[in-house]
Structure formats: C-alpha cells, structure tokens
Design a protein around this ligand. Structure first.
Ligand code: GAP
Length: 448
C-alpha cells in the first residue's frame, strides 16, 4: 500500500539513483525546484510519450500543439487568472513564515504558534518584463496552465486541421505557479509540466463527453500499471469548483500524505471561448455543417501533471522483499515506462568478456534504452538495476564465449533463461511486450 511508503525513501532513492536532484544543489538548492537526472528524464519522457500516444496518436479526433509560455497579457485578463487565480495568504508575525489561509485550522502559526496577519489575496502567477524597460506596459506572465494556448488557437487549428467537432487539442509543456506552500517532493512545485487536453464539443453533448473522459482518464492510469486500489475518482463539491467549471472530477492517488489529486477533469462549458471572443473582438463560434448551426463549443478538459504522475508511478512501483535473508528494493515499472529496458552486465571486467559484452550492447541499443555496466560486483550491479526498475539484465559469462549464449534475468521473478545472442533482440521484444518470462523461448522450441 503506497500510504505506508515513507516519502523520504522515495526522495533518497531518487537522489541516489539519478532520478531527481534538488535544483542548484551546490548553492543550497532553490525552494521546491527539482532537476531530473539521467534516469528520471527517461521516466518522464516515457510518461509523456504514453500520454501523447493515448491522447493524440491513437485518436483521429485530437491534434497536438506546442504554444509559447509567455502570452499576450490580455489572455490572462480574459481567462480570469489576473482577477481570480489567487490564494488567501497569512504571515506569521514572529517567524514570518507564510501559509495558505485555508490550510490553517486555528489562528496560530503552525510552526511557532505565534499570531498571524489578516489574510490577503495573493496572485499565483509569476510576472516578468518583456523588453529592457521594467514598466507596467511590458509586464508579461509565465503561464500557470497550458490550456489558454489551446483556446486562443482554436480558430487556427479548426481551419488548418480541417477536422469537425468533436475535436480535441492537446499540449504538453511547462507551467509556473508561485505556490504559497509547495512541497511533498515533486508533488507541488513552482515549475511543473502539464499534459492538457481541451476537447471541444457541441453544447448539449458535453455531459456525455464529460462522463466519457472521466472514465477514459481513470482507465489510463490502470493501463500504466498502477494499482487500482491506490486510485479513486472524487467529484468536486459546488463550493470547490473553479470559476470556469460546470462540473469536475479529480483522479486521486493514495500518496504517502493521503489521497491527493493526480488529474482534474473539468466541464468548462463555453467559458473560455466566450471570454476570449469578448476580450479579443474575434468571433470564436463554430459553424456546424451537419446541423447547419453556429454555436460556441463547450470544452471538456482532462488536465494532468507530468511530475505528479512520475511521483505516483515511483511510489506505486516501489517494492521491498527479502531474498536469501537480504532486503531487495526494486521498482516494478510497467515495461514501457521503465527508464532502462535492458542492462548489459559482463560477469566481470575481464578482457576476454568485454568484446562480446560490447557487441551485445551495440546490437541492443538501437532498439532499446540499454545501459552497460561492468564496474563492481555483479550483485551490486543487479541491485542498482533493480532500484531503477530495469526489467531485464543480460549477463555475459565465460560459458557465453563457448556457446554464444547469454543469460537474461527477470527483475520481478528473478528467474533466468539462456538465449543465443542472435535471438536476444527478438526475445527481449517479446518479453517487453508482455510474453510471460519463463515461456519457452522461440530458439529452444526450434532446437527440439
Ligand atoms: N487547466 C486546468 C488546470 O491547470 P489544475 O487542477 O490546476 O487544472 C491540473 O492542474 C494538474 O496539474 C493537477 O492535477 C496536478 O497534477 C498538476 N499540478 C497543478 N499544480 C501543480 C503544482 N504546483 N505542482 C505540480 N503539479 C501541479
């Protein structure tokens, strides 16, 4: 159960194995900013690829887009972010720590117990200046969501894609929020990545599409290999809904600090296109050729966080077991998400083993994310691969030089099979696609 996993264990494994480092660490770090290391960057890419595949590649009703982080300041006026994207902030009169007023149960500072200031509204958008002179006219904002890039391009996309409604526009990209209380590692940060879909539909069909997307998005996490018991759906209460939302469900995950939002799916009605039409003076209605009607489409928005998904996957995959009286830690990633698919490990750095091991590595790396490791004992190398969740390790030993066969070790069962070098690619492909590990390999069947 992920609720029993200590977040510290995840943070420490992430640092030790190259998933996530504190940002600017040599300068003491920067509050709630994190860097993805060589292993973490692969996991993050795999999450984004899985989302893009499910949302864009495998559908003919969604197209992708990549819009700029800085947008015309009027965008944020129209969207309501300048006026409403705020949190009530209180400050401790003694230690000067700042808190979100809604997180405080009594009127005292949770850190030192001193009195707090009256709440004041704090806008969460980061401001910067475009051009060399810091004057009001050139104030721009770092986007707090990617969604507005899709709304302001609705007309461009409809015209150029020549697609009819229902039509989705999808985007993955960085967003920025000056959160008052970031924390819980990469769960809430000031810079993070969004994976957002704006799905434009005919008014009146919105509720059915809303139900469809809530179900679809919940199922996506299960297809990624997350345990169903750690996921749930929660509908927002009326008092909780964002200013633009008609209805909203959160996909929640059982994080170590309790059930928390992983993704929100909102019915945004026609709020955004209506607002942008009003503020830009452009007609953003849609002519529906089938019903000969003109209307402002409604929008269903599944909005997920890449970093939060990465954290949930790390927690969900984290497994400890005892093998031969010793603790083994491994990450049971679903193979498509594993940062490294295969590790090539010669039994030792013996000069006789190196040429074959390097040849195997060269054979595999065009097809799979493969790493090569010949340092330290084989036991320590297996442990390292287990902790980064590599599904298969290939061991090259002295027998391999005789029979041109290598050993594949399965991360989850620790079972091993021997395979001729020339069958390795095919065998790994089959195993990574879900063939049971100990099923007789092709080559063995052929030998009988
Ligand atoms: N466009 C709608 C929107 O942005 P949201 O519920 O504010 O909705 C969607 O954000 C998702 O983005 C969240 O479910 C979460 O996964 C991620 N997210 C939001 N704020 C975040 C933060 N400060 N740090 C990390 N992820 C965040």
């Amino acid at each position: 159960m992920s609720a029993n996993i200590d977040m510290e264990k995840i943070v420490s494994l992430c640092k030790r194995r190259g998933f996530v480092f504190p940002s600017s660490e040599i300068y003491g770090g920067l509050g709630s900013c994190w860097d993805y290391g060589p292993i973490g960057v692969e996991l993050k890419r795999n999450v984004k690829d899985a989302w893009w595949r499910a949302i864009v590649q495998e559908r003919d009703d969604v197209v992708g887009i990549d819009t700029s982080i800085m947008m015309h300041p009027q965008v944020w006026k129209a969207s309501g972010h300048i006026d409403s994207f705020t949190d009530p902030l209180v400050e401790c009169k003694s230690c000067h720590l700042r808190w979100k007023a809604n997180d405080i149960s009594d009127d005292k500072c949770p850190k030192c117990g001193a009195e707090l200031t009256e709440p004041r509204m704090f806008n969460l958008m980061f401001k910067t200046f475009m051009g060399p002179v810091e004057e009001e006219a050139s104030t721009v904002y770092l986007r707090p969501e990617t969604a507005q890039g899709m709304f302001v391009n609705f007309e461009n996309v409809v015209t150029t894609s020549r697609k009819k409604l229902p039509l989705g526009i999808a985007q993955i990209g960085k967003s920025f929020r000056n959160e008052i209380t970031p924390g819980n590692f990469i769960f809430r940060t000031r810079e993070f990545e969004h994976m957002e879909l704006e799905y434009f539909v005919k008014p009146g069909t919105d509720e059915a599409w809303f139900d469809y997307w809530v179900k679809e998005r919940f199922e996506w996490y299960i297809k990624l290999g997350m345990r169903k018991e750690n996921l749930r759906l929660r509908q927002h209460g009326k008092d909780e809904l964002a200013h633009y939302a008609k209805d909203c469900y959160d996909v929640e995950y059982l994080f170590p600090m309790g059930w928390s939002e992983l993704e929100g799916i909102a019915n945004r009605g026609d709020y955004d296109l209506t607002q942008h039409a009003k503020h830009s003076g452009r007609d953003l209605s849609y002519y529906d050729g089938e019903s000969s009607e003109r209307y402002v489409p409604y929008v269903i928005e599944p909005s997920a966080g890449v970093d939060r998904t990465v954290l949930a996957l790390l927690i969900d995959a984290y497994t400890e077991e005892e093998v031969g009286g010793e603790k083994r830690v491994f990450l049971r990633f679903h193979p498509p998400l594993a940062p490294m698919k295969v590790a090539v490990l010669p039994l030792s750095r013996n000069e006789k083993l190196t040429p074959l091991a390097k040849e195997v590595y060269k054979q595999l790396c065009p097809s799979f994310m493969t790493c090569y490791d010949d340092s330290q004992s084989i036991g320590r190398r297996y442990r390292r691969q287990d902790e980064i969740g590599t599904p298969f390790c290939i061991t090259i030993d002295f027998e391999s030089l005789e029979d041109n066969q290598v050993t594949i070790r399965d991360r989850d069962s620790l079972a091993q099979i021997r395979v001729p070098v020339e069958e390795l690619g095919k065998t790994l492909q089959a195993k990574l696609s879900g063939e049971p590990f100990e099923k007789t390999p092709l080559w063995a069947a052929r030998q009988k």
